[in-house]
Design a protein around this ligand. Structure first.
Ligand code: AHN
Ligand code: ZN
Length: 323
């Protein structure tokens, strides 16, 4: 037994010595412990949200989901809080906003912002059946997918280096934009109402982050993510960092190295109001009628529209960008 331990110690010593000499050669090489993104766990988090029902602002399902999201963030070690505010809908009516923030490594100066919207659209106004146009969508992909990926990332932040801070924000009232059946004026500002209030407050509080990544519709089977135009305008270096990371990991089936459309989404408020360079990873279908998938704003955006492989590609890419 004694002999065996001596041999073992010698082996360990030798292997350590080998590593040390390697490290002296490349002094800046750090051993990175990148956590493994679990797509089953992310899928579970998406399903959990969908199981609450449509998360339409001011509904019971929405409130339950908001409480759930804050609790999960806290359980994974975040300092979490709600931001309550008021906004104005497409028809001029007032709406209550409830954004959710979870901060990891609160005192780190060097911060990264990760965000997604958690509300779901009150109207399936793209549904092939006009009788469904006033029915809320489940938003498995449109909303829940991004949040599910971010919760799985939160689960993996226990060993986050202490000099990096992560702020996960779940925006409310993103998807209450002017419905197609509305006979009044189309209002481009009727989208992304929650993030507008978040960004205004962030600016007031002098919040800063190195960069931000917004996830929207990141779970559909065979989704493709193009370099979105606003992201290229405000945060080209972040786009390159994320796309290069994805391509190096072999996710070129999802991350396309071509410019896509200009999309009105929460990242616009973050760039313009909070002045944080923020990109949008969003499914884009250049040949489709509406630019997104054919399930978009229809009753078909349910769990059948979620593929673990897509969640894995996006989640793994982000973990590799962070760590
Ligand atoms: C517009 O349709 C203008 N922007 C897309 C924002 C959105 C809606 N993302 C998800 N649902
Ligand atoms: Zn939507």
């Amino acid at each position: 037994m004694k002999n065996f331990s001596i041999i073992l110690c010698t082996l360990i010593l030798f292997s350590c010595a080998g590593k040390n000499s390697q490290q002296t050669k490349n002094q800046h090489v750090e051993t990175k412990n990148i956590p493994v993104f679990n797509a089953d766990s992310a899928y579970f988090f998406v399903k959990k949200q969908v199981d609450f029902g449509a998360r339409v602002p001011q509904s019971k399902a929405h409130k339950k989901c908001a409480d759930f999201l804050k609790t999960v963030l806290e359980n994974y070690g975040a300092v979490a809080e709600f931001q309550f505010a008021k906004g104005k809908l497409y028809d001029g009516k007032s709406i209550d906003i409830q954004n959710i923030t979870g901060k990891f490594n609160v005192s780190a100066k060097n911060r990264i912002l990760l965000c997604a919207h958690y509300d779901s659209r009150p109207f399936a106004d793209n549904d092939e059946n006009t009788a469904n146009h006033h029915t809320p969508v489940l938003g498995a992909n449109d909303g829940a997918s991004g949040v599910g990926i971010l919760l799985e990332i939160a689960r993996n932040l226990k060993n986050l280096p202490e000099n990096i801070g992560i702020d996960i924000v779940f925006f409310d009232v993103e998807d209450y934009g002017t419905p197609q059946f509305y006979t009044g004026r189309y209002n481009a500002d009727s989208w992304c109402i929650g993030s507008r209030e978040w960004a205004k407050e962030a600016q007031k509080q002098n919040y800063s982050a190195q960069f931000g990544i917004l996830l929207d519709m990141v779970g559909a089977p065979n989704a493709r993510f193009y370099k979105e135009q606003g992201s290229m305008e405000y945060a080209p270096h972040v786009v390159e960092k994320v796309w290069n990371t994805a391509l190096a990991l072999g996710f070129d089936g999802y991350f396309v190295s071509q410019q896509g459309g200009a999309i009105i989404d929460d990242h616009v408020n973050i760039n313009q109001l909070a002045k944080i360079p923020c990109i949008d990873i969003i499914q884009f279908e250049p040949n489709s009628q509406n630019g997104f998938g054919d399930y978009w704003h229809t009753l078909r955006d349910d769990m059948r529209n979620i593929d673990r492989n897509t969640l894995y590609a996006v989640g793994t890419t982000i973990l590799n960008v962070i760590f």
